[in-house]
Each structure stands twice: as structure tokens, then as C-alpha cells.
Design a protein around this ligand. Structure first.
Ligand code: BG6
Length: 456
């Protein structure tokens, strides 16, 4: 039997925009998702927009009882910035009451809330001023963070600033999956830099608030594996890790931006605008813990005939299609649990063995009703997926890595950006044709056994 450490966090993660619903109600203002859907509904799977996502706004109490029912002891979700501060300045009292009641309910039922501040949901009023391209976004975010700490600091003792900052940068400014769907490497770097400053400014606001909790950041880590040990392939791996892993992990944990990354950006004429004092701010505001979202590795090789200077990341590292890969065909993502062990050792050896947890891991599958058996989704594939990843994680913990928990994406099926409800990830099924009714899947029951035994 594989046993996990005492007090290990078992749970799941989600976000406000993907679960709350009531997106244009109860005083919330629009985000880029609301606006984009209004303008271009055809981009969204089956016209499924952000308005009525899994209705947690009304169903959170029932959901929390369902969490207890499968043995979860912790849950991460986010606060919606546009709900809490609809115009960026004035507090929406209804939002305060909603979140306080939601978090208090979790505490009453023995579920530890881990609360994140930004999960891809840029308020429209700020987007109109340029969003993360505009340095004013840094102060706006720090103000929002300060208000959240004031309003909920008595209930929440684990905070995170951003979920996967690389995703809003890449999806919004390189690959077109998020608004404003711009393709511009230099802008992407500037957006990334402002996001980093917003993160450290929120950490500063947290320290200044004398909150007795801990603060961290959630990063998607896809470690790069090179096609071969030839110099060009190895360099591709170095570039990929610098841009997508170390760019946030180093400043968040060590307080410094890697010199090699600064050189890479300078050599490619991509350096962002910085101000004096930024370095100190980054150095002074490090996290207490890190959440790592792991879904898939990155396979890379040397690019053929790249642009110099680089116009896109693919000029620095090209994708390598590993013939032996195992794939989740619905999402198109490689399944490679071994990377979780490599991540565990990386955290131990390169990041001072800082406390960290797996803040997301999961498997999205389309048309899950195919697997309905006697009224329950028989998602054995998800159970196998979790087991394989937990085995690797356990190996990493046995080797001394300081991992304190494992959260799945996700608890109840939720809405996923342009993919709507196509791929399902939950321990509980959500029935879109029947008032968002929840029903437990086989993986939920398996998870209950896992948490009861603190292992499997
Ligand atoms: C993570 C995000 O990247 O993966 C979630 O934090 C997202 O917001 C999840 O939903 C699963 O990915 P997707 O694109 O299939 O929803």
C-alpha cells in the first residue's frame, strides 16, 4: 500500500468563472469572457458561454456536502475580481456576503479553502485600459488583493495570487485562445512582466496586512524533455524551461529573474519596460508555498530555420512529436505521470524544497454519458490516471520532496473557456439538461476510499 504523509491535503480545484454562474447577476460586472461571448458566441463550443456555468452561486452548500461525501479535506477556487469590485474601486456587498458564506460553510464542514485571486478573468473595465499591457493593472490588482485579504482574511489561511499566469499570457498574446487574441511575442513578455509585478505586489499587500496565513502562486509546470542529447535539442529544452517554468517559479520562490532569461529576451529584442525599484520588489516578496498544475510534459527539439531574432517561441524551441507517447485523445494532451516525479525532485533540489502541492492534475473526457452504467459514470480511465500520477508523486515524496497535497481538476464538471462543457473532468457529473444536478462518478467513490486510507 502507498501511504501519504499525515495531514496530506486531498481535494480538488476550480475557479469562479468556471463554476459560479450568475455571471451577469448579483452586481458582478463583465469580464473579457462575458464580453467575448457577447461579441463572438460562435467561438465557444456549442454556444456555451460564461453566464450559467455550474451554478455554484446557488448550489455551494450542496456542493460542500458532496465534497465531504467523497472525503475531500480542502478545496481551491477563486474570487471573481469583477464580482467583488465591479468597477475596481467600490465593494459589492452582495459578493462579500456570498463569499463569506461560501468559505464559512467550507470551514464548518472541515474543508480548508485555498483561495486564488485571478483565474484568467480580466475585468472588462480594466481590459478597456489595456489589461495587463498597461502598468496600471499592477496597482489595480494589488488593491483588489488588499480588499480580499481584509474581507476574508479571517476565514482563509491559504491564498494564491494567480492561477497559471503563463496561460493568460500565451493564450491571450501568442496563440489566440483568450481575449484579446493578439499574436505578439514582445507584448506577451510585457504582459508577463506586469503579471509578475502584480503577483509580487499582492504578496506585499498580504505581508502588510499582517494576515496570519500563507500565500503562494499556482503555476502550470510542463517540464521540457529534449528529443536527443545533441546540443541544439538541449538548448531548446533550456529555452523552453526558462520561458515557461523558471520565468515565474524563480522570481516567486527565489526573488530573482534568471540571468539566462534576461539574456535570452535581450538577444531577441523582447525585453519588457521595467522601472527602478522593480527588482527590489521582486526580491522582497517571495511566496510561502507553490501550487503546481501538472497535466502534460513538453517535448522539444531544435527549431529548423528559426527567425532571428525570434518572432514566436517556436523560433527558440520546436515541438517534438514523441512516437511512444500515450495520449488523452479528447484533450490531445500527452499522459506522462513520470514528470510528476521529476517535478518533485526539481522542487527539492532547485527550489530549496519549499512546501508545494499538486494544485491541478486531471483528465478531460468528452461524451462521458457513454460510460453510464446503472445511473453512474464508470470513469475507470480517470481512476487509473490518478493512480499512475500518485505513484510517481509518492516516489517523489519518499525521496524527500516537500509536497503537502494533491488536488484534482476538478470536483464537479465545469465550464472550460472556449471548450464549454465538451470535456468533463469532475468527480461529480453535472447534468446540463436537469438544473445542473450533480451525481457522483465512480472516480468520486474511489477518491473517498483513497482519502479514508490516506493512500491506496
Ligand atoms: C488548467 C486551468 O489549465 O486546466 C483550468 O487552470 C482548465 O482553468 C484546466 O479548465 C483544464 O483544461 P481545459 O482547457 O481542458 O479546461
Amino acid at each position: 500500500m502507498i501511504k501519504f504523509p499525515d495531514n496530506f491535503l486531498w481535494g480538488a480545484a476550480a475557479s469562479a468563472p468556471q463554476t459560479e454562474g450568475h455571471s451577469l447577476l448579483n452586481g458582478k460586472s463583465e469580464t473579457t469572457w462575458d464580453k467575448w461571448f457577447e461579441e463572438k458566441p460562435e467561438l465557444f463550443n456549442q454556444g456555451q458561454g460564461p453566464q450559467n456555468t455550474s451554478n455554484v452561486y446557488e448550489m455551494y452548500h450542496e456542493d460542500i456536502l458532496n465534497m465531504v461525501n467523497i472525503g475531500m479535506n480542502s478545496y481551491r477556487t477563486s474570487i471573481s475580481w469583477a464580482r467583488l469590485l465591479p468597477d475596481g474601486t467600490h465593494l459589492n456587498q452582495e459578493a462579500v456576503e456570498f463569499y463569506r458564506s461560501y468559505f464559512q460553510d467550507m470551514l464548518n464542514e472541515g474543508i480548508e479553502p485555498i483561495i486564488n485571486l485571478f483565474h484568467f478573468d480580466m475585468p472588462w473595465w480594466l481590459m478597456e485600459k489595456g489589461g495587463w499591457e498597461n502598468r496600471q493593472s499592477v496597482d489595480a490588482f494589488a488593491y483588489y488583493a488588499q480588499i480580499a485579504f481584509e474581507q476574508f482574511g479571517d476565514l482563509v489561511h491559504k491564498w494564491t495570487t494567480f492561477n497559471e499566469p503563463m496561460v493568460h499570457i500565451e493564450s491571450g498574446y501568442l496563440y489566440g485562445y483568450h481575449y484579446p487574441a493578439i499574436v505578439d511575442f514582445k507584448k506577451a513578455v510585457q504582459v508577463g512582466y506586469h503579471t509578475l509585478l502584480a503577483h509580487v505586489s499582492a504578496v506585499k499587500a498580504f505581508r502588510d496586512s499582517y494576515n496570519d496565513g500563507k500565500i503562494g502562486i499556482i503555476l502550470n509546470v510542463s517540464p521540457a524533455y529534449s528529443k536527443s542529447n545533441q546540443a541544439g535539442d538541449l538548448q531548446a529544452k533550456t529555452y523552453s524551461d526558462l520561458l515557461s517554468v523558471k520565468s515565474f517559479l524563480d522570481p516567486a520562490v527565489k526573488g530573482t529573474i534568471p540571468e539566462k532569461l534576461i539574456k535570452l529576451l535581450t538577444d531577441n529584442e523582447l525585453s519588457p519596460k521595467v522601472e527602478s525599484g522593480d527588482r527590489q520588489l521582486i526580491n522582497d516578496n517571495r511566496v510561502d508555498f507553490v501550487g503546481i498544475n501538472y497535466y502534460q510534459p513538453r517535448r522539444v527539439q531544435a527549431p529548423i530555420n528559426p527567425n532571428k531574432p525570434a518572432k514566436m517561441p517556436e523560433d527558440l524551441f520546436a515541438n517534438y512529436d514523441w512516437p511512444d507517447k500515450k495520449i488523452n485523445p479528447y484533450r490531445g494532451w500527452e499522459i506522462y505521470p513520470e514528470a510528476l516525479y521529476d517535478i518533485a525532485l526539481m522542487m527539492r533540489d532547485e527550489y530549496g524544497n519549499i512546501p508545494w502541492y499538486v494544485s491541478e492534475n486531471g483528465m478531460g473526457v468528452a461524451d462521458e454519458e457513454r460510460f453510464m452504467d446503472d445511473g453512474m459514470i464508470d470513469d475507470q480511465y480517470r481512476i487509473d490516471f490518478i493512480k499512475e500520477h500518485l505513484e510517481q508523486l509518492h516516489k517523489g515524496i519518499a525521496a524527500g520532496s516537500n509536497c503537502f497535497g494533491y488536488h484534482m481538476w476538478t470536483f464537479v464538471d465545469c465550464w472550460s473557456w472556449l471548450n464549454g462543457y465538451r470535456n468533463r473532468y469532475g468527480f461529480y457529473r453535472v447534468d446540463l439538461n436537469d438544473h445542473f444536478q450533480r451525481s457522483v462518478k465512480k472516480s468520486g467513490l474511489w477518491f473517498k476510499e483513497l482519502t479514508r486510507n490516506n493512500g491506496f
